[in-house]
Design a binder for this molecule. Structure first.
Ligand SMILES: Nc1ncnc2c1ncn2[C@@H]1O[C@H](COP(=O)(O)OP(=O)(O)OP(=O)(O)O)[C@@H](O)[C@H]1O
Length: 236
């Protein structure tokens, strides 16, 4: 589904991605992990065409993404920070995104699932962080795209909403979709991800299953496996 070859991205003198090679196969839940500032969001935004790399190629569904915006219609994206105008009401925002994307959408089930009815006529600026995140999750999952990209989807969610989010992610995977997730919450990653992609020093340091990562690092759980990589690098 996604093929990335020799991707390089710097911001001024800051080399963030320095030769990323990565294949994301169709149907699976891929967790993109790495230390703070390692380039996870930069990689995701490169796939979405929101960051322009200096070198390298990205193909999505067989076609190069350069100068081709059409592929983005096939992607549902939850950004790490969504900045919508604060004076918009939740109902207005949902309608605005529907108008922009001009695709069939199934928002009512999600509004009910996340108990957002009481907030539909509230302005975004008056909502709590967690409620805003639930609205963003509705905006992401209300369409039916084959590729879903979630940047830190658990931010601010209470336990009940987190359970609903995990259920949604698994449902979408069952439909044969490809889901790319970044998260620092290892328990969440361990519960949902099939494949771990770990970025370190601008390159893909590891790609494989959680059992493979645990075996490679000789650790019993994902959190310690990830910490072991960081420690090994710090002492190298
Ligand atoms: N638009 C930009 N202009 C300049 N520097 C940027 C820009 N976007 C990202 N960076 C820098 O690129 C590096 C990687 O940032 P990125 O947000 O991709 O990391 P991340 O792995 O997603 O981090 P985190 O885990 O903290 O969310 C950081 O040093 C960041 O400061």
């Amino acid at each position: 589904m996604i093929h990335i070859k020799e991707l390089h991205k710097s911001f001024g003198k800051n080399k963030v991605l320095s030769g990323i090679n990565l294949d994301i196969e169709t149907n699976g839940i891929f967790a993109v992990l790495g230390p703070n500032g390692s380039g996870k969001t930069t990689l995701i935004k490169s796939i979405l065409g929101m960051v322009l790399p200096q070198k390298g190629t990205i193909t999505v569904n067989g076609g190069p993404i350069k100068k081709n915006w059409k592929y983005r219609e096939q992607i549902d994206y939850l950004p790490q920070i969504a900045n919508f105008p604060g004076n918009l009401k939740v109902r207005e925002l949902i309608r605005m995104i529907q108008d922009l994307r001009r695709k069939p959408s199934e928002e009512q089930r999600l509004i009910t699932l996340f108990q957002l009815e009481p907030f539909m006529d509230k302005r975004l600026s008056t909502l709590s962080g967690g409620t805003k995140q639930k609205v963003n999750i509705v905006l992401t999952f209300m369409f039916d795209c084959p590729l879903i990209v979630l940047d830190e989807p658990t931010t601010g969610l209470d336990p009940a909403s987190l359970i609903h989010l995990k259920g949604l992610i698994r449902e979408e995977k069952e439909k044969g979709k490809t889901i790319l997730i970044t998260s620092h919450i290892m328990q969440f990653v361990a519960e949902v991800a099939n494949t771990i992609v770990y970025i370190l020093e601008g390159k893909i340091y590891f790609k494989g299953s959680i059992p493979e990562l645990k075996e490679q690092t000789r650790q019993n759980d994902l959190e310690h496996a990830i910490a072991a990589i960081a420690n090994a690098k710090n002492h190298a």
